[in-house]
Design a protein around this ligand. Structure first.
Ligand code: COA
Length: 261
């Protein structure tokens, strides 16, 4: 992989921790950072030593304070469509990752930052974190999938309110409405909680985890029959050695030793 300018990457056993590293710009997602996320995720898909991903932000202020507003000056009716499609394509790599992705939200998750967190499979946040889609303050709307994913996660009523007011959302409110899975009290606890949850998931059969992601995502794909996807995925699981091992281990009253096959 090429040297990264805006991401700090650390592998801890089979977990890849990606830190967006532009704290002086509150980790705003410029196009260069987005491109690096794309390359890292493409590598994650192909790299068997990585089984789960945590994404967080550098510094104590922000997870990601949105797309980089300084790049907006160049935007017009034509190139803005490509801008949105590019971000959507990269965030789809997170959403459709066969390996679980957790956002560890350590501060402001605004605009594209909230959208990136929503594209992850799960979200853990420190109690002082703030979420929000403030795009209407700039005369635009979320363009990296936020209108769709926020509605999927919290329902139409709250999504409408949050995106039309552009209000900041406290971590507690985000948790109450299901935008966040778990809260932690201090920033120090954030990564350990994310790792704990991810390690629990990684102790299960990897193919089954991949199939859960695929089937849940199928709910939101209008061109897909989710029940068919589920039946196919169920049969894929039943072909695996891990299925044999899981059932055998249960009957033998011992923990299963899954191999990902
Ligand atoms: N794009 C580009 N630069 C950003 C940015 C963004 N989304 N968010 C913050 N920055 C930059 C600021 O311009 C500032 O740069 P400077 O030091 O060169 O002037 C630096 O990051 C620090 O920002 P500042 O506003 O001083 O930090 P803060 O801690 O007081 O406030 C925020 C943090 C996140 C509340 C505030 O920066 C903010 O509202 N950012 C924009 C959020 C937004 O509207 N996002 C949606 C974009 S579509």
């Amino acid at each position: 992989m090429k040297k990264l300018q805006n991401l700090d990457i650390r592998q801890k056993e089979n977990i890849l921790i990606i830190t967006i590293n532009r704290p002086e710009k509150r980790n705003a997602l410029d196009l260069a950072t987005l491109k690096e996320i794309k390359h890292v995720m493409q590598d994650v898909y192909a790299n068997p030593t990585v089984r789960g991903i945590i994404i967080t932000g550098a510094g104590d202020k922000a997870f990601i304070a949105g797309a980089d507003i300084s790049e907006f000056m160049e935007m017009n009716e034509v190139n803005s469509r490509k801008f949105a499609e590019n971000g959507q394509e990269i965030f789809a790599l997170l959403e459709n990752s066969p390996k679980p992705v957790i956002a560890a939200v350590n501060g402001f998750a605004l605009g594209g930052g909230c959208e990136l967190a929503m594209a992850c499979h799960l979200r853990i946040a420190v109690e002082t974190a703030k979420f929000g889609q403030p795009e209407v303050n700039l005369g635009i709307i979320p363009g990296y999938g936020g209108t769709q994913r926020m509605t999927q996660l919290v329902g139409k009523s709250k999504a409408m309110e949050w995106m039309m007011t552009g209000d900041m959302i406290s971590a507690q409110e985000a948790h109450q409405y299901g935008l966040v899975n778990h809260l932690v009290s201090t920033p120090e606890e954030l990564l350990s909680k994310a790792e704990e949850l991810l390690n629990k998931i990684l102790s299960k059969a990897p193919v089954a985890i991949e199939m859960v992601i695929e089937c849940v995502n199928a709910v939101f794909n209008k061109d897909e029959n989710g029940y068919q996807t589920e039946a196919n995925a169920f049969s894929i699981c039943c072909k695996t050695e891990d299925f044999k091992e899981g059932t055998k281990a249960f009957l033998e009253k011992r923990p299963a030793n899954f191999q990902g096959r």
